[in-house]
Design a protein around this ligand. Sequence first.
Ligand code: SF4
Length: 361
Amino acid sequence: MHLAEYLALRPVPGAGVVMALTGRCPLACAHCSTDASADGLDPPAGALLRFAESFAGPHPPSVALLTGGEPLLRPRLVRDLAERCRAAGTAAFVLTGMFWARTARVPAPVAAALDAVDHVSASLDAFHEREVPRRAVFTALRRLLDTGKDVSLHLLADGPGGPAGAGVDEVVAAVRGEFGDRVPMLVGRLAAVGRGSSLLPEPDAGSSAVAPPCAMAAWPVVAVDGTVTACCNQHVLDRRPVPGHLLLGHAASDTWTDIRGRTVGSPALRAVRTLGPHALARTAADGSGGPGDPGGPGRSGCDVCRSLRSGPAPRVAASAEALEGPVLRLQELAGPAGFARRYGSARHAGLVLLGGPSCAG
Ligand code: SF4
């Protein structure tokens, strides 16, 4: 599966699932959106495997993104999950910081895990390059490409005051110089969460005053403690309790059918996906939707969303239900580059198409 196919599915409710396999990471990249460390938490493998086995059914996720921390610190689990995914018809994506590329020989368990997944996406930016040399990343990517594996790179654009920003165009040029147009790239932005919070002055900097509909509420996310949340907002993943409308269940006790049903059917999540968190909060504050927090000026959509305490009023829920199809179609029309433009660096959005079916190059 190409990166563009993955991004095309990202706004579709229940089309994918994100699974954090560990809170550990051997790297210490300063911009990381998590607080992953050498002694982070590992969710029990049995619970994750049981959950993945439940993908087999009438509506399996099309994609499972295996992440962390560094998921390849648990290579056997990556391999076993990828096998469960394949049995269910789910593509397995692994997102790695490439610690394993620092040695000339890839450890056998890591090689087996890489072989088992459908797509390997690696991080490459100035912060990562302090931990893993670019040449080592390129060598590992070339080996994967030579075996026919789909690969992609996650890069980091200019962040406000971030020291990595100046280098992104140089990194893009180096990747294209090395691989031509074979490696698609998703260029993201620095976020003030996890270790990255020390690099930005304001939490949620860059958020608009009035947040648009949130496509991030489309895929469930299994956090490192097994809790399943409605989105990948790092505060939602890290802090307990999870706000009620963003809590979907637990990997140890719920099946994919349970979790998908709550994702697709929740009136609050549908309103966040279709109207946006500010609109939902405003209608609640007007007395039509219960005691929602309208949010003050300058509060980000995620701030407002996390502070919501009730679902939408019936007429707002009905509007969201009627609008969900058209909103999804607009996102389909924008395509993978539209999604990358919205959630990453707009001027680099077209790079997600490199090497894909719609890329002339
Ligand atoms: S907290 Fe709400 S607005 Fe923010 S990503 Fe999650 S669902 Fe979307």
